[in-house]
Design a binder for this molecule. Structure first.
Ligand code: AMP
Ligand code: TRP
Length: 330
């Protein structure tokens, strides 16, 4: 069985972009692949976190993995810190990543360009840790949203670098970026991606948003004055974003079909359909979320996930340290 791995940071609440760009694919693929889905709680502290809030977000993140349909009987769900090999291989990866490579990473560059102060060393070397997360498990594919593709490409370069220097150590993984929904944009500013750090809170639909609030966010989404439901991300970014959301939530309905359904109809009617689809999905997720929270499933899932992950990760780390000559062979 081929293997797949991905992770999400528990910074803030998970949102519709996380679901559409990443989480729904984890669920979709769990039958066909051996899936490793972890919570990146080392990555999240690369920016300051309030410890109390982080506690809540961590638990919610696992609960939402389960509520969205990840099944611990099929997928290995675990916390990054429960598998210590991540930090250790992360350090080794860091020592093999060139500063020039880290300087080119757009996520870090964007933060620098925004003039954010006191950026941490951890944020800078984040892609090396991400490479370790992936390479520990030799996955064939890494399903991610568009913004993470560059990091997976660096991971590939690092895997090849290690294999050339030290012999065959790692499988070279492929990023898996869906054609539709890999970059869901903010509803209030469709030139920016939907993100947990949305200051106005109007552009981001959280998976745990109150349904009325979510509906309102969709209904007041920024569109244009073309009065035509047409898929054209360049000239009609707001409408195209809503079409991507609708398509992703309705079995990837083709854009042409959506255009035909709403030909000659107003944006109000189109937005109502998008809001219906969003609210139906949120309701389904939230119902299951409430069950999960009171069921003890979270701890059981994390324990069994970590057990399996540790087995694989420890073996890989030992192999790497040996290949690098770092261990005294007894
Ligand atoms: P993060 O919240 O940054 O940890 O992202 C977790 C996963 O969700 C990654 O695979 C991201 O690429 C994906 N993701 C985050 N924001 C979006 C978005 N606005 N649209 C699509 N995918 C996203
Ligand atoms: N960097 C990813 C994000 O911000 C989260 C992540 C950490 C990840 N390690 C990973 C994703 C390994 C895929 C594989 O979204």
């Amino acid at each position: 069985m081929k293997r797949m791995l991905s992770g999400i940071k528990p910074t803030g609440q998970l949102h519709l972009g996380n679901y559409i760009g990443a989480l729904r694919h984890f669920v979709e693929y769990q039958d066909e692949y051996e899936m490793f889905a972890f919570i990146a709680n080392l990555h999240c502290i690369t920016v300051p976190q309030d410890p109390k809030e982080l506690q809540t977000n961590l638990r919610d993140c696992v609960a939402l993995y389960l509520a969205c349909g990840l099944d611990p009987a099929k997928a290995n769900i675990f916390l990054q810190t429960d598998v210590r090999a991540h930090a250790q291989l992360g350090y080794i990866m860091c020592c093999h990543t060139y500063m020039g490579e880290l300087n080119r990473m757009t996520q870090f560059k964007d933060k620098m360009a925004h003039g954010e102060k006191n950026l941490s060393g951890g944020l800078y070397t984040y892609p090396s840790l991400m490479a370790a997360d992936i390479l520990l498990y030799d996955p064939d594919y890494v399903p991610v949203g568009e913004d993470q593709k560059q990091h997976v490409e660096l991971t590939r370069d690092l895997a090849i670098r290690f294999n050339n220097r030290y012999g065959d150590l790692f499988k070279v993984p492929e990023p898996l970026v869906a054609k539709v929904g890999a970059r869901i944009m903010s509803l209030s500013d469709p030139s920016k991606k939907m993100s947990k750090s949305d200051e106005t809170n109007k552009g981001c639909i959280y998976l745990l948003d109150d349904l009325k609030k979510a509906r309102k966010k969709v209904m007041s989404a920024v569109t244009d004055n073309c009065a035509n439901v047409h898929f054209d991300p360049e000239n009609q970014p707001g409408i195209s974003n809503l079409m991507q959301i609708l398509s992703s939530l309705s079995d990837e309905r083709p854009m042409g079909e959506i255009e035909a359904e709403f030909a000659g109809k107003g944006y109000g009617e189109f937005k109502r359909s998008v809001a219906d689809a969003v609210c139906a999905k949120l309701e389904e997720i939230q119902t299951r979320y409430n069950e999960v929270l009171s069921s003890g499933e979270i701890d059981r899932a994390l324990n069994s996930g970590a057990e399996r992950a540790n087995l694989i990760a420890d073996e890989k780390l030992a192999k790497v340290q040996k290949a690098l000559g770092m261990e005294i062979i007894r």
